[in-house]
Design a binder for this molecule. Sequence first.
Ligand code: DGJ
Length: 732
Amino acid sequence: MSIRCNDANRAFFLQAGGCSYALQVTDGDYLAHVYFGRQLPDSDLSYLLRLDENPFTPSVNDRDRAVYMDTLPFECPCFGIGDYREAAVQILDADGMSACDFRYDSYTVTAGKTAIPGMPATFASDEDAQTLCIRMVDKHAELELLLYYTAFEKLNVITRSAMVKNLGNRSCYIQRLLSATLELDDSNFDMITLNGSWARERHAERAPLHMGKQRIDSVRGESSHQNNPFFALARPNADEDCGEVYGFNLIYSGNFMAQAERTQHQCVRAQIGINPTDFRWLLEPGESFWAPEAVLVYSCEGLGGMSRTFHDLYRTHLIRSPFRDKRRPVLINNWEATYFDFDADKLISIAEEASRLGIELFVMDDGWFGHRDSDNSSLGDWRVYESKLKGGLKPLVDKINALGMEFGIWFEPEMVSPDSDLYRAHPDWAIQIPGRDLTLCRAQYVLDYSRKEVRDYVYNMLCDILRSANITYVKWDMNRQLTEVGSAALPAESQRELWHRYVLGVYELMERFVTDFPHILLENCSGGGARYDAGMLYYSPQIWASDDTDAIERLKIQYGSSLCYPVSAMGAHVSVCPNHAVGRNTSFVTRGHVAMVGTFGYELDVTKLSEEERNMIPWQIDTYKRFCHLMRDGDQYRLANPNSNTEYDAWMFVSKDQSEALFTYVQILRRPNYRSRRITLRGLKADAYYRVEETGAVYSGAALMYAGLNLENLWGDFQSKQIYLTEVEKEC
Ligand code: DGJ
């Protein structure tokens, strides 16, 4: 890793892992992008800037400024000065003008990494990263723009963020400030995005770039079930193992946009940041505004290389939880077992059987507070529902602890039910537009987390519960999106800030929570996986991936999630069949193999399982305990794509020293005339030998990777197999 600055040429050269990123200040003090890709030894790449391209006016004018503005690859394109592609920064100044013009001023280089106030971001020691800060100034508007670039020592990663400060004595508005723009010199790319809906989040889609703008976004107040704040630009020939891929991810949990624009000259402008739709931020003299952090990954080892880089970055430089490197307790959650229909006796009977089978943590889900018997009341009244839990929480928790199990609890702290003491006392605490009907969604409203008194009030209730018994796990849920976005506490000129202020409020409360309760394992959740984003990983080492627990549906969800996020963070449970989301029957073994990829647990009534299934649980738990370090710390290789392959899915995890590996095969639909199937493995040492535990057979790594493992085909649909390989001294 190094950042080299050539003062004479005004050029900057960042080296991160095995990649290089180059910037150049041009005549006129514009900051241009030159290169991002494989590592280069050169220190001057300014020859690559194509500044003399034909203007659209005849060539008598070979440096027409308007054309120059519309073709230069900008690091942070400004709105309103002749660049008609998507802008990254737009200001509404005190005179009502919307153009801005930031020009290069100066730079600094520092060891380590700058934190972003109040927002999640990657972190790094002085040895692990270096940060370049480029100062840009708009003299007319009296604004400063700081562009941050962090290069990581061991990873092909550049992180970016931006900050605008008002240096003048008049207020203005920020209309948009995207976190990163990356200009690519050709447009021969496919765009890969993660899309879906409730219960089918993060299905990967891949399509060639076409002219114009291809965009995914959220205006829902959270990152959303529908689109995830991630995209990749892959060369058409890039696959899992080979080819160039650029990955983009926003460390943010609110409205976002992620876009690739194929321009008139067949270049690409790729951008990610807070969604400018309905965004406006008042900047008083002396004030600053920070955009969240964007992560840019470069891979010349296909999608697999990109994913492993994201996984390593997030496991070592984003997730902070003390649980990060620990085996998570195997949990049982009562949601699909009971929904709202439970009392203490029922929970204890499930816990007794669960503890006998070796399950370590009991999680009491929704329905334990206020007078909540369905989802139409009590959110905001975080007091125990005594008619369900007689004597309160402590006797229940003590009994569960006495069974040798830990106890966890569910909250939905950002919400309020119209039927709640909280709403009756403080109707103005809900996000709303006074005088307009408030849209109900899941019979609830969203609390105005931009207000400190609201956050404090809710937090104190949470603390009372958490301190009333021995609680070691919290599931933080969020089950609706925002509507009628207005705050009773903000002046008119700051109302459009509420989208972002809400997210900042959530972050502030989560920060307080992880500071005050470091011994509590936090799992984020949002109606399944609607807030499955890197922002949340800064606070919780795991996130519930989806309300769809069907093993076959999960293949697509887990494939897509793993493109960017480490599977060690993925909440995954074994549930009953027929599955509650799709009615499908799959074997208990397959459900176990699929859930074992994530933070393993159960979400069913163990007292109602068949003897055969119940007997499998101790074996599944032992298997998970034996191998979970591979999923948590190892390298993931996807060996099939369940979006296009209807016959099977397969993946493997390899320890960092390549001495052991776990291979999993899931047969989706059985195909006739295929008694066995060769699957080539990945990530092993070609010149080492590996023993297949099940058969004792020994094969070279080369044979396993280049020729394959011959896998007996399983009879029937939805079957699975797990194979453990260890390195052995030599061929036996
Ligand atoms: C949505 C979550 O994803 C579920 O697991 C469950 O906790 C419900 N909310 C409870 O309302």
